[in-house]
Design a protein around this ligand. Structure first.
Ligand code: SAM
Ligand code: SF4
Length: 325
């Protein structure tokens, strides 16, 4: 369905857990988190019930996220159930990749069509200083396992951090030169712990990449679920993408809603507004009532984010791992 501004909403990010096996400096505090209790997190049956209602209002694509989605038991079982929901055409996963090697076979068999792997550095020490865990080798093994799955689209996501991983941008982009993997740079959003870090812009990353790879060509077309802009460098097998919420505000084309692991449906990352679908289902709401709540959330989706404004009572104050990134 369309929201009040005429945007077609067909994509839903579903967080399956707030737990994570990393502590990325811009996402989770080092000491860990006060975890949401298991009873407060939606069961897989509840997620499927909500996605059934979401599909009835036009959601066709689901992204599973977290926290780290692969730390939740039997994620492949959820994927299989979601793939069976009438109207759901695509289920994909965003992961830090640590557990991917052991799970990718099952996930692919269950029906995921793409996996996004977050890697902010290819240098083991720098990776460990950003993710606060010496885990790069496991991530790279997971990436190899994913690439060897026939028909699975693999993308790498990196958050460019000023003064931290600048030397890594070219190294990460080399992956796209050598293999049919898209490497995407996501501008740091001033959300949660991200407020304490300075990200680098699309322009800054592109300038660096040009020094090594020459001029880029902008690519037209829709290559995924959302707002990434893609460029091609001569001789590259994969594309380079940018998700630049700050420097290239893409809200007018936003096609998404998102649901936290606790079942709170949000129309916009930055705003606290939304509907508590968990409470509704646990109080016996019918499918019609769920559909009405999802309709309301979509219809009243805010026009755009206001990351340039320091703070407001309407803004989301949860950290990124709680919302689902
Ligand atoms: N654990 C999984 C992962 O790391 O891919 C999924 C959840 S994580 C919250 C999803 C994505 O959000 C990651 O690529 C992460 O780098 C990114 N992220 C976290 N905080 C961010 C922020 N403040 N601004 C931009 N991206 C952020
Ligand atoms: Fe975990 Fe992903 Fe957040 Fe890193 S970005 S702490 S991997 S949820």
């Amino acid at each position: 369905m369309k929201d009040q501004y005429g945007r077609q909403i067909n994509y839903m990010r579903v967080s399956v857990t707030d737990r994570c096996n990393l502590r990325c400096i811009y996402c989770m505090p080092e000491e860990g988190i006060k975890q949401v209790s298991h009873q407060d997190i939606l069961t897989y049956d509840e997620i499927v019930q909500i996605v059934n209602a979401a599909a009835a209002v036009g959601i066709t694509r689901i992204k599973l996220t977290g926290g780290e989605p692969l730390v939740r038991k039997n994620l492949a079982g959820l994927v299989e159930a979601l793939r069976a929901v009438p109207g759901i055409e695509e289920v994909t996963v965003t992961t830090n990749g640590i557990l991917l090697k052991e799970q990718i076979g099952k996930l692919a068999k269950a029906g995921i069509s793409a996996v996004n792997i977050s890697v902010d550095s290819l240098d083991p020490d720098m990776y460990a200083s950003i993710a606060r865990k010496d885990a790069l080798a496991a991530v790279l093994e997971g990436m190899e396992a994913a690439v060897s799955c026939p028909g699975l689209k693999v993308k790498i996501n990196c958050v460019p951090l000023k003064g931290l991983n600048e030397e890594e941008w070219v190294r990460l982009a080399q992956i796209a030169r050598e293999r049919p993997i898209d490497v995407r740079f996501i501008e740091m959003m001033p959300m949660g712990l991200g407020r304490d870090f300075q990200g680098s812009s699309q322009k800054e990353v592109l300038e660096r990449l040009r020094e090594t790879f020459g001029p880029e060509q902008y690519l037209d077309g829709n290559f995924g679920n959302g707002p990434a802009t893609y460029v091609h460098f001569n001789g590259f097998a994969g594309k380079i993408g940018f998700i630049s919420a700050l420097s290239h505000k893409f809200c007018s084309e936003c096609n998404r809603i998102r649901m936290t692991a606790e079942g709170f449906l949000k129309p916009c990352l930055q705003y606290a507004s939304g509907e508590d679908l968990r409470e509704m289902i646990r109080n016996g709401a019918s499918e019609e009532e769920l559909i009405r709540a999802i309709n309301r959330t979509i219809y009243y989706k805010p026009a755009c984010h206001h990351f340039e404004v320091d703070d407001s009572a309407e803004f989301e104050h949860k950290k990124m791992f709680r919302i689902g990134g």
